[in-house]
Design a protein around this ligand. Structure first.
Ligand code: GLA
Length: 353
């Protein structure tokens, strides 16, 4: 296991570990120019122990998010996947990509320093058909953007959905919760879930609900509302349907800011969905007890991805990859600071897709 460091001219630093192709730290400045780590996770946590069921900073795959009953049918054959979330399969199964050591190759490009990670997943691994060659490239540019490129090819038809599972805490202080962060999501609809957190298939309007983040909202302002979806997710743990003008078109997904430190994060993506998870399972228990070290809601994930359970939901954007095709998705994280006295990024009150 190795850790590689990417830096830019402004001193922003991303450390990436080959175990799980994971972001282990991301240091950005606050409005006074003080740098701190804005993601949960640490290279001092032994991989395979503390972090595993929390996916800290990891690349999750072969299929990010849940697949109902860990089962799907493709070309008339049914595949049984490993189940690790009750009867469902979550984030590729217990030995998913977050548990694999990726090979890494660094490079200097005109657009910044880059690290390309590769993992070849054998046919049948965690129940998935086809040998999948997966690549994740992190590139940190002097424009203060961290670009994540995903690519994959397969030897037989399979399901693919790759995402990054970083937990952000823009205060830079992991002992504080993320409830005062302001979040904007560029989505009119989300995918409500059943009692096991599998989408029902409905695309429900966010208007008039606690899921409406079309304008900046404090995460904590409605999180405890009496709402069946919030209780099924134990808070926010849902997929939003991003407003895309065309499938695969790079678009604004979310804006996150911390009014205290002035740090803000803009996320753009080619992916159709965004899982916003408010760290509801973090419990602050020592790792020896299977706990997370980090406290309840001290980090939030904004996982750009395809919708959960897509292989079983024909109306969702497709996630099947066939030999000869190349899976390619891109997500960009842009780090900024807010001017003094401002709470939300300017222009964020009306989002243009
Ligand atoms: C995902 C899921 C959550 C939870 C976390 C890991 O983002 O949607 O329900 O399982 O991973 O704790």
């Amino acid at each position: 296991m190795k850790i590689h460091t990417l830096t830019n001219v402004h001193g922003i630093e991303a450390r990436i570990m080959t175990y799980g192709a994971a972001i282990v730290s991301l240091r950005t400045p606050d409005r006074a120019g003080n740098f701190a780590n804005i993601v949960l996770g640490s290279d001092t946590l032994a991989p395979g122990l503390a972090g595993v069921s929390y996916f800290f900073g990891a690349t999750v795959g072969r299929f990010a998010n849940r697949i109902a009953n860990g089962r799907f049918t493709l070309d008339a054959r049914t595949y049984q996947l490993s189940q690790n979330d009750g009867v469902n399969s979550l984030h590729g199964g217990p030995q998913g990509f977050h548990q694999c050591v990726w090979s890494a190759e660094g490079s200097e490009t005109s657009h910044g320093t880059a690290l390309r990670l590769t993992y070849v997943s054998a046919a049948g691994e965690e129940g998935y058909p086809g040998e999948l060659s997966a690549h994740v490239t992190y590139r940190l540019g002097d424009d203060d953007a961290l670009t994540i490129d995903y690519e994959a090819t397969t030897t037989a038809p399979t399901a693919v959905n790759l995402a990054n599972h970083a937990y952000f805490n823009l205060t830079g202080d992991p002992s504080r919760t993320i409830l005062a962060h302001l979040l904007t999501i560029n989505a009119e609809r989300y995918t409500p879930v059943d009692a096991t957190q599998i989408p029902t298939g409905e695309l429900r309007a966010v208007a008039g609900t606690a899921f409406d983040f079309r304008t900046p909202q404090a995460i904590g302002s409605r999180i405890n509302d009496a709402d069946e979806q919030l209780s099924r997710g134990h808070g926010y743990d849902h997929n939003w349907v991003l407003n895309q003008s065309q499938p695969g078109m790079m678009t604004l997904a979310a804006l996150l800011s911390d009014p205290d430190s002035g740090r803000s994060l803009e996320i753009r993506t080619t992916q159709p969905g965004l899982q916003f998870y408010s760290g509801n399972f973090l419990n602050g228990k020592p790792a020896a007890d299977g706990g997370s070290v980090f406290g309840y809601r001290t980090g939030l994930c904004l996982e750009t991805q395809h919708f959960p359970d897509s292989p079983n939901q024909p109306a969702f954007p497709p996630t099947i990859l066939r030999p000869g095709q190349t899976y390619a998705e891109k997500t960009v994280l842009i780090f900024r600071t807010l001017p003094d006295g401002s709470a939300a990024p300017s222009g964020s009150t009306s989002i243009v897709a």
